[in-house]
Design a protein around this ligand. Structure first.
Ligand SMILES: O=C(O)C(=O)C[C@]1(C(=O)O)C=C[C@@H](O)C=C1
Length: 300
């Protein structure tokens, strides 16, 4: 059985994503995103699931930066999952939830509920912790504190908390993309890959120098081959102000013709190019549908 690390503790969104993506693995919680990724390099686990991007707040920069600068592995699979944030309190604070003095959660969860907090808890101090589930666990362990956590219903159940306010994220259709990283070279399998499975190939591109139209030329290499890009993002190289590289997600599986020829063209332009992974992309809805079907088959 494979061991998969995830941003814990139990009850995090990341745990739910890992459970859907690799249901048969032994899942091991870690206390931070870098710790989860380090565990793969150290061999404690063979793969890691961590949050990558949220529909409201954008990229999880610590994941991207730690991966690029400190812990290079393969991007091996993606799962996107719906995210519903709730305000959780200890049972004794249920009626007085609007008088809590402090709100704990992961920075991304706080950002997803920014307007809610401004409107209903404008005086509350915000305290950032490593994950939504870590916030819920903290409230359970410190019930005397007049405080709340932003987390999901699984965490509410796991830590004996009450949902004081449901669905407090400021925008509907809240989703997060989670990435499975591994050191293994073999292609990812979880038994759910079919001919209909979508793939992405993620590339890191550094421009040779700052000249007008440089990015346009990079994008043209994809455009004339009719390769659809699902995301392009710039991140600092951390070598000086204004120095950036681009992370480009091409909506296709790595092949023998198109992707290698894009790389060649970009290199001819003087760009540095690295392929960070080519991986299947799942949704939580499709995987939980598959898993329900399997349970039904086992029962009948
Ligand atoms: O997995 C969790 O519970 C987390 O706290 C992480 C995280 C994230 O970093 O995006 C995961 C999903 C939600 O978007 C909010 C927080």
């Amino acid at each position: 059985m494979e061991r998969t690390g995830y941003l814990g503790p139990q009850g995090s969104f990341t745990e739910a994503a890992a459970k859907a993506l690799v249901p048969n693995d032994e899942r091991v919680p870690f206390r931070s995103i870098p710790d989860t990724m380090d565990a793969v390099k150290e061999g404690t686990v063979s793969r890691a699931v961590v949050p990558m991007e949220n529909a409201i707040e954008g990229s999880v920069n610590i994941t991207l930066d730690y991966f690029i600068h400190h812990q290079r592995m393969n991007m091996a699979a993606e799962i996107s999952a719906p995210i519903e944030q709730h305000l959780l309190v200890a049972p004794s604070h249920l009626k007085s939830w609007d008088r809590v003095k402090k709100v704990y959660s992961h920075p991304h969860a706080i950002a997803q509920c920014h307007q809610f907090l401004r409107t209903y808890l404008p005086e509350a101090e915000i305290s950032y912790v490593n994950s939504t589930a870590a916030a819920a666990k903290y409230i359970q362990e410190n019930q005397q504190e007049n405080a709340a956590a932003i987390a999901n219903d699984i965490a509410a159940e796991a830590y004996g908390l009450k949902i004081a306010q449901k669905k407090i994220n400021d925008y509907e259709n809240n989703r997060t993309r989670f990435m499975l990283f591994t050191n293994e070279e073999a292609p990812f399998t979880n038994g759910f890959i079919s001919a209909k499975t979508d793939y992405k190939t993620t590339m890191m591109v550094g421009l040779s120098s700052d000249y007008s139209g440089a990015l346009h030329q990079v994008l043209a290499a994809f455009a004339w081959r009719k390769i659809n890009l699902s995301k392009i993002e710039s991140r600092p190289t951390k070598t000086g102000l204004g120095n950036y590289f681009f992370i480009i997600d091409a909506a296709m599986k790595q092949d023998d013709i198109l992707i290698p020829s894009v790389c060649e063209e970009l290199k001819t332009l003087g760009c540095e190019v690295q392929i960070l992974g080519s991986y299947p992309c799942f949704t939580w809805e499709e995987l939980s549908g598959f898993q329900k079907e399997m349970v039904k088959k086992e029962v009948t």
